[in-house]
Design a protein around this ligand. Structure first.
Ligand code: ADP
Ligand code: ASP
Ligand code: MG
Length: 246
């Protein structure tokens, strides 16, 4: 049975209706006998709103509390998604980063994932469960909540694919894949069917938001197969693979 990591970005789960749609999409993978780990970002706008709130309190908001605050959106999204899967008759539960734990080191707001304990989540999957894991968050060695940088759910998904030895990681978003340039800005942008890690890393580093740069770097170093595709369409997306396979 293949093990797939399915990551949903904020725009894919931006409303309760969209979350219900996403749950139905996950169910299709489950019905096809895949083992699944879901990774979710916060509903669109939520993280920005929390950041604004911190600024209203103080322009020097305490860094450790900032991470507790801004990571909160992922908790809401994961419980709504797990609840939707349960409503569809599936076995599911949310997993906050500290419950796994996803261990990080480095500074608040830009920590890096060092280690993920796979035991409890794997045992849940092997009993037919679908874990829904918070992206973006981690926990430090001294048990403080951390975050891994804006757009960091992509990096969480890749790290989870790496530590769980997943067969593939699918990044679900609001566009059909990776384009030559931002398709929401330039109508002439063309979808790319296959792209190498190197080229994707370059695009991400130059600001193509669709994949966060550290996630691409980690995938390249660990040869993690990625597909970027739309949550709202059945069209095939973009495969990010080793240059030699293009
Ligand atoms: P998500 O909520 O799924 O994480 P993001 O907003 O982080 O979504 O990334 C998806 C967005 O990235 C798209 O809506 C698109 O506007 C933008 N984007 C920028 N450059 C590109 C590109 N080259 N190809 C595809 N999307 C791009
Ligand atoms: N919710 C976080 C952010 O807005 C992480 C992510 O979207 O990947 O930056
Ligand atoms: Mg993103």
């Amino acid at each position: 049975m293949p093990l797939l990591v399915l990551k949903f970005g904020g725009t894919s789960i931006g409303s309760c209706e969209k979350i219900t749609k996403v749950a139905k999409l996950i169910k299709k993978y489950h019905d096809k006998k895949n083992k699944i780990i879901v990774v979710s970002s916060a509903m669109t706008g939520v993280t920005n709103d929390l950041i604004k709130k911190s600024r209203r309190i103080s322009d020097k908001f305490e860094k450790s509390e900032y991470d507790v605050l801004v990571s909160a959106g992922e908790q809401i999204a994961c419980s709504l998604l797990a609840g939707s899967l349960i409503k569809l008759g599936l076995k599911s539960r949310s997993w906050l980063s500290w419950q796994i734990p996803i261990l990080t080191d480095g500074k608040y707001a830009s920590s890096r994932i060092k280690k993920i304990d796979t035991k409890d989540v794997l045992s849940f999957i092997n009993k037919g469960g679908i874990p829904v894991i918070t992206g973006f968050q981690g926990i430090s060695i001294d048990k403080r909540v951390t975050t891994i940088g804006r757009g960091g759910s992509d990096a969480s998904a890749i790290a989870i694919a790496k530590f769980f030895s997943a067969d593939s990681c699918i990044i679900y978003t609001d566009v059909h894949g990776v384009y030559t340039t931002d398709p929401q800005v330039n109508l002439k942008a063309k979808k790319i069917n296959k792209i190498s890690y190197e080229e994707m890393l370059e695009m991400a580093s130059l600001g193509a938001r669709v994949m966060q740069p550290t996630s691409v770097q980690d995938a390249m170093l660990n040869n993690i197969k990625i597909e970027v595709k739309s949550t709202f369409s059945r069209k095939s997306g973009t495969k990010i693979i080793d240059e030699r396979n293009i």
